[in-house]
Design a protein around this ligand. Structure first.
Ligand code: AMP
Length: 213
């Protein structure tokens, strides 16, 4: 199964991807995760990407398209994939269509996670990542102020600071939303209400993807 998880920052793409990856046995390909790993390793790509990411802007399309082409060429991607956070611009969307045609890996479905901007700001201001095991959690769940999974230190993502979140929402509205309209006539797209609980959202996604299993 080849699926795109589309939606605003904070709509729960990463949370759902972690569950769906296990359910369908396909790799979770998050451009944001790949870029953060490069940034943490201090590579040239990471340094270049970091300057865009920390301000809430998008990393240039050519960098992203190259990264995706490399990743979809890896052996585990033959089983299928779950794209998270890509494509985010019309150029990337056209690039994905061209790439999937060329390598013969057609997209089966796209899931659009819908959530109000106020909910996004609220969710992201409370989101924390564990500095040790990388688990993403919310301050409300971490009663002791430490990671509920391993007790490690919780850190606020640089781009989850409120002023950066506002920029990310604007970028989403201007650059990413047009991708949905482009894809509506091309792929099976499913509108999912992502303001519900994670379990309810997973259920709605499973129902939509049932037609593609
Ligand atoms: P995410 O974890 O998906 O929210 O991505 C974090 C940041 O990484 C974004 O705000 C962008 O700066 C960058 N990024 C991730 N995916 C893309 C993409 N497809 N195109 C451009 N920039 C991206």
């Amino acid at each position: 199964m080849r699926v795109m998880l589309l939606g605003a920052p904070g709509s729960g793409k990463g949370t759902q991807a972690a569950v769906l990856k296990g359910l369908y046995g396909i790799p979770h390909i998050s451009t944001g995760d790949i870029l953060r790993a490069e940034l943490a390793r201090g590579t040239e790509l990471g340094k270049k990407a970091g300057s865009y990411m920390n301000g809430g802007g998008l990393v240039p399309d050519d960098v992203i398209l190259e990264l995706i082409e490399t990743r979809l060429g890896e052996p585990d991607a033959r089983r299928g994939w779950l794209l998270d956070g890509f494509p985010r611009t019309l150029v990337q969307a056209h690039g994905l269509v061209e790439l999937t045609d060329r390598i013969g890996q057609a997209v089966d479905a796209g899931l659009i996670l819908h959530v109000d901007p106020e909910v996004v700001v609220q969710r992201l201001s409370g989101r924390r990542g564990c500095g040790k095991c990388q688990k993403v959690t919310n301050v409300a769940e971490a009663v002791s102020g430490a990671c509920p999974n391993c007790g490690g230190p919780l850190v606020l993502r640089e781009d989850d600071r409120p002023e950066v979140v506002r920029t990310r929402i604007q970028v989403f509205e201007q650059q990413t939303r047009p991708v949905f309209e482009l894809f509506r006539g091309r792929y099976a797209l499913y509108d999912i209400d992502a303001s519900k609980t994670p379990e309810q959202v997973t259920e709605a996604i499973r129902k939509a993807l049932g037609k593609h299993e």
